[in-house]
Design a protein around this ligand. Structure first.
Ligand code: PMP
Length: 394
């Protein structure tokens, strides 16, 4: 039985290895060093008061320190969650406590992830909060004047995603942080896509709350983290109740292997300049090859450079339906139209719509996401597959 399963999983891996995976904003491959650290993590309940429990707890503390280092925080400021959806919910719903101080307004941008938008909508529907939505430029940058005008003494929280998961826009988080600080409003940022995109070793200086997800940074699925600055931990109300773990802010037995995996992945992302250069080269080789093949396309979002995720290429192909193109690329190449969380619905991407793009450009947009471990030759092969599929589109 064990051998049969082993064989099945091996052939599954071989199948995956023959494919070109360009959907790294949806999820990344677990790095072998992460897998090894997880396998060696041991076992035992980290909250148990005996030697096995203490050893597990020490490994979790080490993982927490690794994540804290990635963003320039202290280890006591890192709360493990099941992923970024939960981290975003904890940050935003947790702030409802502020309503007691007469603060019942949340500011968010127009291009936030669904988990941020839905949590804000819940506060509006159930707690009577007012939600102010900030417009963005045609490149997805938040309008700082609109932010300054919206910040007031009724604002409980401002939430702006640091790196957009569809178009790769990297926000000017320092300016946003300064404006929020001047107005005494806590700033939350969904930094899920940031560890592969930028050096974030001082992010905690500019933000009060930061959401991270392990599976977007070459770690395992099922674990994430929320940074909560020490001076605002008292202001956050938990959204789950249980055995008091993690100072009751997020109770539940901590998953030792997952936490160790995320901590190791965070260490690999720290000072990730080599990774980022490699990702940039691969993405640019893909774009250059599309041009060399004579393909017509429009790159949605910012120009490649400091304000764009180095591995993001969100491309509209004139006259082509994105879903048809992606279908024709199966099973050789994985990419997505819009974000994976909204894929499957027929609504056009609200992110691309917020940039002011015409509907046909939105419907023809495909998101290619590059991460580690792909050489530029593979990216050129991907471009050839895309060009071939585009020719077969009706
Ligand atoms: N925020 C962003 C920007 C994301 O890309 C995602 C994943 N699609 C999430 C939040 C949710 O993360 P998780 O899968 O860990 O719940």
């Amino acid at each position: 039985m064990v051998n049969e399963l082993d064989g099945a999983s091996r052939s599954g891996m071989e199948g995956l290895m023959n494919r070109i995976y360009l959907d790294n904003h949806a999820s990344t491959e677990v790095d072998p060093r992460v897998a090894q650290a997880m396998a060696e993590a041991g076992f035992g309940n980290p909250h148990s008061d005996h030697a096995v429990g203490w050893e597990a707890a020490a490994k979790i503390d080490e993982a927490r320190a690794g994540i804290a280092m990635l963003i320039g925080a202290n280890h006591e400021e890192i709360i493990f969650t099941s992923g970024a959806t939960e981290a975003n919910n904890l940050a935003i719903l947790g702030m409802r406590r502020k309503a007691a101080e007469g603060r019942n307004k949340i500011i968010r941008s127009a291009i936030e992830h669904k988990s941020v938008i839905a949590a804000c909508d819940h506060l509006r529907a159930e707690w009577g909060f007012e939600i102010t939505v900030l417009p963005v430029s045609s490149e997805g940058m938040v309008d700082l004047d609109a932010l300054e005008a919206a910040l007031d003494e009724r604002t409980a929280l401002c939430t702006v995603g640091f790196v957009n998961n569809e178009i790769g826009t990297i926000q000017d988080v320092r300016s946003i942080g300064r404006l929020c600080r001047d107005a005494s409003v806590p700033l939350h940022t969904d930094a899920v896509q940031a560890p592969l995109a930028a050096d974030i070793s001082d992010l905690a200086r500019w933000c009060d709350l930061i959401s991270l997800s392990s599976h977007k940074m070459h770690g395992p699925m099922g674990v994430g983290a929320l940074f909560i600055a020490g001076d605002i931990q008292h202001a956050i109300a938990p959204i789950m109740f249980g055995g008091g773990q993690q100072s009751s802010l997020r109770p539940g037995t901590l998953p030792l292997q997952l936490c160790v995996g995320m901590g190791t992945a965070a260490q690999l992302c720290l000072k990730n300049e080599v990774w980022r250069n490699n990702i940039t080269q691969t993405r640019d080789a893909f774009l250059d090859e599309l041009r060399a093949l004579g393909m017509q396309f429009h790159l949605n979002g910012p120009e490649p450079g400091p304000f764009r995720h180095p591995g993001n290429a969100n491309i509209s192909f004139p006259g082509i339906e994105a879903d048809e193109l992606i279908g024709l690329l199966q099973p050789q190449l994985a990419a997505s139209s819009g974000s994976a969380c909204t894929a499957g619905t027929i609504e056009p991407s609200y992110v691309l719509t917020a940039l002011g793009l015409p509907t046909d450009q939105v419907r023809s947009a495909v998101r290619f996401g590059f991460a580690m471990k792909m050489d530029p030759a593979k990216a050129r092969e991907a471009a050839l597959l895309v060009s071939d599929a585009a020719e077969r589109c009706t």
